[in-house]
Write a protein that binds this ligand. Structure first.
Ligand code: NDP
Ligand code: ZN
Length: 377
């Protein structure tokens, strides 16, 4: 009797989580949303993922953030993308199955996936936990990328994902699952440069572009004790910036507010997703100041810089997401310090996602959309 009950409950859990996919080593059935071409219009899609391998986990996706990078890629704005494309690299969910050699996760754990799902693991940068800078060019991104065998990767606008445990993140206990997904990209990408530029108490820093990434950059920098100035293109989010602890908010379209800001900042983080006047920001750096360019505009919107502006020992650099160990550090830090994105929840519905894309580009969402994958039908 007891044995029957155990078998029955195991079958029931299997039915709910899709766990049987792991036991029979067959491909995992998935459904979600796909863009078929560079128009970038999402539509419902059914597909298969690889069977759960010995080092893999199967995550039942609960929430998936919409990053501006999803839109750039769905529309082939960074060069020709790979289609069919299931976007999504801000993934949070529950572990539904584990391969036999998995040690970091067990069924039922909360787990996340960010922008990468594999890398060589052997080069200097991979060994240092900076897999995004793999010297052998073997970084595999969560979507719009290929596994080493050439299979295209498909992202998080879907009900599940199979990933090696090495590239899955542990979501700390007590985390607010509804808001945590955007940390997997937006959080990691802004936390990392604030760390590698050593932003600390009393530093005067600025964040340009106060959207999904920018509002997290502000919260981290404030938590590190910096005096933060925010630059954006309208007055709409002034109160939000001050509420999040910024000292000052500058509407770059108001010339009066742009006065007397020269030689002001030790670090400026730009998340601006389109063309802008880089020199204007370089001129606002102190000597030895650092401008970190996070925003990755479309290829026809790339800003140019007159290098003469750099002669007062100004530094301009790019940065790409964050490595796995630092992403884990950021998640732990965020949950411990109650730092989360401000999110608008979306139903898992193609039309809602397409509308959301238009709103992100048109500046009609304040911070971040998150798709509630639990509502997928
Ligand atoms: P959002 O669209 O959410 O945020 C961009 C913000 O910048 C918006 O508030 C927008 O205002 C504002 N903005 C637009 N133009 C200007 C301007 N000229 N001056 C100041 N502010 C401006 O995008 P995300 O935060 O999701 O992404 C930002 C960029 O970062 C994207 O290009 C994305 O691809 C890139 N990215 C790069 C990564 C990396 O590893 N380097 C990782 C992740 C993202 P409004 O809302 O009014 O339009
Ligand atoms: Zn992103």
């Amino acid at each position: 009797m007891k044995k029957t009950a155990i078998i029955l409950s195991a079958l029931l859990i299997g039915a709910v989580t899709g766990i049987q996919a792991q036991t029979d080593k067959s491909p995992v059935k998935s459904k979600g949303f796909v863009a078929m071409d560079k128009q970038g219009i999402l539509q419902p899609y059914e597909f298969e993922r690889r069977a759960v391998g010995d080092h893999d986990i199967l995550i039942e996706i609960m929430y998936s953030g919409i990053c501006h990078s999803d839109i750039h890629q769905a529309r082939s704005e960074w060069g020709e993308s790979i289609y069919p494309m299931v976007p999504g690299h801000e993934i949070a969910g529950r572990v539904a199955a584990v391969g036999k050699d998995v040690t970091k996760f067990k069924v039922g754990d909360m787990a996340g996936v960010g922008c990468m799902v594999n890398s060589c693991g052997e080069c200097e940068h991979c060994r240092n936990g900076e897999e995004q800078y793999c010297d052998n060019g073997k970084t595999v991104y969560t979507y719009n990328s290929r596994e080493w065998d050439g299979t295209p990767t498909l992202g998080g606008y879907s009900n599940n994902i199979v990933v090696t445990e090495d590239f899955a993140l542990k979501i700390p206990e007590g985390a607010d699952m509804k808001r945590i997904a955007p940390l997997l990209c937006a959080g990691a990408t802004t936390y990392s440069p604030l760390r590698f530029t050593g932003v600390k108490k009393g530093d005067k820093i600025a964040v340009a572009g106060f959207g999904g990434l920018g509002h997290l950059a502000v919260q981290y920098a404030v938590s590190f004790g910096a005096e933060v100035t925010v630059f954006d293109i309208s007055d709409e989010k002034r109160a939000d910036a001050l509420r999040m602890g910024a000292m000052r908010y500058v509407n770059v379209n108001n010339p009066a507010e742009m006065k007397e800001l020269g030689n002001s900042f030790r670090v400026i983080i730009s998340t601006i997703p389109t063309n802008f006047d880089v020199e204007q920001y370089v001129n606002m750096l102190k000597v030895d100041g650092e401008l970190v360019l996070i925003g990755m505009p479309s290829h026809d919107q790339l800003p140019m810089l007159n290098v003469e502006a750099l002669r007062m020992r100004k530094k301009v650099m790019g940065t790409l997401i964050a490595g796995i160990p630092e992403t884990q550090e950021m998640l732990d830090y965020s949950v411990a310090h109650n730092i989360y994105p401000e999110v608008e929840m979306l139903e898992a519905d193609a039309e809602a996602i397409n509308r959301a894309y238009r709103n992100v580009v048109d500046g009609k969402v304040k911070f971040r959309y998150v798709i509630d994958m639990g509502t997928l039908r």
